[in-house]
Ligand binder design. Structure first.
Ligand code: PMP
Length: 458
């Protein structure tokens, strides 16, 4: 197909993140024009169900006029201000008050940034600062997990546990360790029960801590449900098993709620759904329904008190982003949370999750699908070459990406994470829309299976 004008201009001027750049010239970029509800439309006017809420973030979907009005009002009133040097502005205060109310653990104050990566990066700086302040300068290593996703800055990419984010970027940095991924389907040994799997992961974590020396480890970071690593839902009892080990060794638990936060798993926060008891929390994405960039750290009193004390001792708190707590983002977030509350987004997700789960589970009957998983309104279907042995396709065959592209042809946007097809629709999705989304996905899978057979990709 010849490129459209929009595609040609895009190709000539834009670098696309997370894209097989060598292939983009052949397939051409998919340039979006506008959106409404759960639908987006490309510049040719073709309709797609946005089955990934953009990048797991447009909780309220597209074209929400209340958010547009809140943004416009704030832009007219005070389009920019900051929080440096003791300055303040109303939207940042109002949002912080709301976040304190709904947080999944005791929160004293909120520290703003503009993205999930910045939030996690800052969490690590604060963990280091804290341990210096309390006279433990050796206690600096951070434990993350294989297949974790925590962002792409130098530190947050180091925390991310995916080879593609490290290879040739000279990452991870030296102070990061990755412990096991809690994916039973892939990493349980033959005949191992879920409880045994959890116990083994906990024992491995303990032995990592003891080998490294607990006096050298500051924190562990974890997503309640691992998102960009392939929608990995830890088995029952996982956090309950690892938390006492962290407590015992005075290791802080950082909860990365960048995807799970604000209703996605059927509670305000994924920590509640998964039985996680964090000390501190990172949020972004659905906080503004992605209508403007904003991230935040929900901090406990032992951190905020320390910051104040250190300010007296060593000088001004030397951290902050120009756009951290941008009034546009904060005003939109305040309105987003108000709408989530008014429409009872948590109740809505819970009511609708059983149908979402039923439709995902039905995908397991398809010859390409080896494993399915979901919680709330986030899920994944893992494609395999052989269902009986769980053998994966060779990564170079890019079967996941092939199925996702057939999805686009059938009018649904899903994400291929390797060969896992991820689903994370806007949380406003209705039951008929869920059915329509999976009907389109099933057509894509049928085309994918025909393609695999035709090209002999198994
Ligand atoms: N943490 C998690 C769990 C994420 O899913 C992401 C983004 N997908 C990030 C952090 C990084 O956020 P950002 O892209 O806003 O930097």
């Amino acid at each position: 197909m010849p490129l459209t004008n929009a595609q040609a201009r895009d190709l000539a001027a834009v670098v696309h993140p997370y894209t097989p750049l060598h292939k983009l010239r052949e397939v051409g970029p998919l340039v979006m024009g506008h959106g409404k509800g759960i639908y987006v439309y490309d510049t040719q006017g073709k309709e797609y169900i946005e089955g990934m809420a953009g990048l797991w973030c447009t909780g309220l979907g597209f074209g929400n006029e209340e958010l547009v009005d809140a943004a416009t009002e704030q832009m007219r009133k005070l389009p920019y201000y900051h929080l440096f040097g003791g300055k303040g502005m109303e939207p940042a205060v109002e949002l912080a008050e709301k976040l304190k109310e709904i947080a999944p653990c005791p929160v004293d104050k909120v520290l703003y940034c503009s993205s999930g990566s910045e939030a996690n990066d800052t969490q690590i700086k604060l963990a280091w600062y804290y341990n210096n302040a309390r006279g433990k300068p050796e206690k600096k290593k951070i434990i993350s997990r294989v297949k974790a996703y925590h962002g792409v800055t130098v530190m947050s990419a180091s925390l991310t546990g995916l080879p593609n984010n490290h290879r040739d970027f000279d990452l991870p940095v030296a102070s990061v360790r990755h412990t096991d991924c809690p994916q039973y389907y892939r990493f349980a040994t033959e005949g191992e029960s879920e409880a045994e799997f959890v116990a083994r992961l906990a024992a491995n974590l303990r032995s990592m801590i003891e080998t490294e020396g607990p006096e050298t480890i500051a924190a562990m970071i974890a997503e309640p449900v691992m998102g960009a690593g392939g929608v990995i839902i830890p088995p029952e009892g996982y956090f309950a098993a690892i938390q006492p080990i962290l407590e015992e060794h005075d290791i802080m638990l950082i909860d990365d709620e960048v995807i799970c936060g604000f209703g996605r798993t059927g509670n305000w926060f994924g920590a509640t759904t998964l039985g996680m008891k964090p000390h501190t929390v990172s949020v972004a994405k659905q906080m503004t329904s992605a209508y403007a960039p904003l991230g935040a750290l929900l901090l406990p009193a032992f951190i905020t008190d320390m910051l104040e004390q250190q300010s007296a001792k060593i000088g001004t708190f030397g951290h902050g982003f120009t756009y951290g707590g941008h009034p546009l983002g904060c005003a939109i977030a305040v309105k987003t949370l108000e709408i989530y509350q008014r429409m009872d987004i948590v109740g809505h997700v819970r009511r609708i999750a059983p149908l979402f789960e039923k439709r995902i589970k039905a995908l397991a009957d398809h010859p390409l699908v080896g494993n399915v998983r979901s919680v709330g309104l986030v899920g994944g279907a893992e494609l395999v070459a052989d269902k009986a042995t769980k053998r994966s396709f060779e990564p170079a065959k890019t079967v996941g990406a092939i199925v996702a592209r057939y999805g686009e042809a059938h009018g649904v946007i899903v994400r291929a994470i390797g060969d896992t097809i991820a689903f994370c629709p806007p949380m406003i999705i209705t039951e008929p829309e869920i059915d329509e989304m999976f009907d389109r996905v099933e057509k894509a899978l049928a085309d994918g299976e025909a393609h695999v057979a035709r090209e002999d990709l198994r």
